[in-house]
Design a protein around this ligand. Structure first.
Ligand code: XIL
Length: 343
């Protein structure tokens, strides 16, 4: 194709894409676009309209974590998580279940006891069989184990302490047993570029695949920052693509599972532009990678984002601002996704 024709094609795609939701743009590129969501905001009509119209996937932000779904040894409470799954079904969305083993948001009854190895295995089995079983056929993708590594070494948690690293294999086996059709993911942060941590995760999942442990993919959380002059200091597209390719080489899918781009507040115009570029590159890199199944943002509006309360002095991390106005990041992500449209 001549340069002129390529230019015309690019402009046409941009024009058509600008009339589309993120959801339609992503579908045409063959990937999911999702958001973390919480039923706490379902009474907000703008929130639910945008969530259902713009996204094709949903991740319960907290509702499936141990402390909420398994508050007492013999009590499971599915009320809040069911509300998220019901919303997804009413809007034809995929659900990413999050998460079955993590070191945070665990109930005191779990963390306050020194379990024997056998007890811990039984607990993990019971929890996963019950939760994954409850959502069998309704939750398509699970973050089975979340954040098992610190840098290049294992993160302690109740199962690691009682069972050792083998708890990870067991969790995947238990999840597969409970829903053989669900896609099972390992999920972690700061693995979007080459580092001792990303090496440790690649080594672990490669060994799992070789040993026949039922794992389908790796979630890269993609909580990234603007810093200094509010430049994006996350990996560039080439570094991200390289990490995605390492998983493709062992037959695993990848998904960007919790993307947000936090900025020092108040955000500047320069920061918002750098942020937009980060979202655009993420969308573009995912649709260009044959094994990337989608991109999920960790909340879509600055009105309801975990960032300001977690990172003092930071915020403005989402695609919509706190008044539900789209930010430059919104159009940029859509443009990035549109580069995956079939010619
Ligand atoms: C966060 C939620 O967004 C907050 O509401 C909660 O207080 C703490 O957890 N990595 C993860 C997510 O895997 O589960 C975390 O979610 C954000 C970091």
């Amino acid at each position: 194709m001549s340069t002129k024709r390529v230019l015309v094609a690019v402009v046409l795609v941009a024009l058509v894409a600008s009339g589309c939701t993120l959801r339609r743009t992503a579908a045409r590129a063959g990937v999911f676009v999702g958001s973390a969501a919480s039923p706490a905001y379902f009474s907000d009509a703008t929130y639910t309209r945008l969530l259902g119209d713009e996204f094709s996937s949903i991740t319960p932000e907290n509702e499936m974590k141990w402390s909420l779904i398994h508050p007492a040894p013999d009590t499971y409470d599915f009320t809040a998580a069911d509300a998220v799954v019901d919303f997804a079904e009413a809007h034809g969305m995929r659900v990413r279940g999050h998460t079955l083993a993590w070191y945070q948001q665990n109930p005191a009854w779990l963390t306050g006891t020194a379990w024997t190895r056998d007890e811990a295995i039984e607990l993990l089995h019971d929890h996963i069989a019950t939760v994954v079983g409850h959502y069998k056929g309704r939750v398509q993708q699970w973050d089975v184990v979340n954040e098992a590594f610190r840098a290049g070494t294992y993160q302690r948690n109740p199962w690691y302490d009682a069972i050792g690293p083998e708890y990870i294999d067991l969790a995947f086996q238990f999840a597969h047993e409970a829903d053989p059709d669900a896609e099972l993911f390992y999920n972690d942060y700061s693995i979007e570029w080459h580092s001792p941590k990303s090496d440790a995760v690649v080594a672990m999942v490669t060994s799992m695949v070789a040993r026949g442990i039922p794992i389908d993919g790796v979630g890269m959380q993609m909580h990234v920052t603007g810093s200094g002059a509010q430049k994006w200091d996350a990996p560039d597209a080439a570094a991200l693509a390289e990490q995605m390719a390492r998983y493709e080489a062992v037959g695993l899918d990848v998904e960007l599972t919790e993307m947000d781009v936090r900025l020092p507040t108040p955000a500047t115009e320069e920061g918002l532009q750098a942020q937009a570029e980060a979202y655009r590159l993420a969308g573009e890199t995912c649709v260009a990678a044959p094994n990337c199944t989608g991109i999920t943002v960790w909340g879509f509006t600055d009105a309801h984002s975990w960032v300001p309360s977690t990172f003092a002095g930071w915020g403005a991390a989402c695609l919509w601002d706190e008044n539900y106005r789209t930010k430059p990041a919104y159009g940029a992500l859509r443009q990035g996704l549109a580069t995956g449209w079939p010619a």
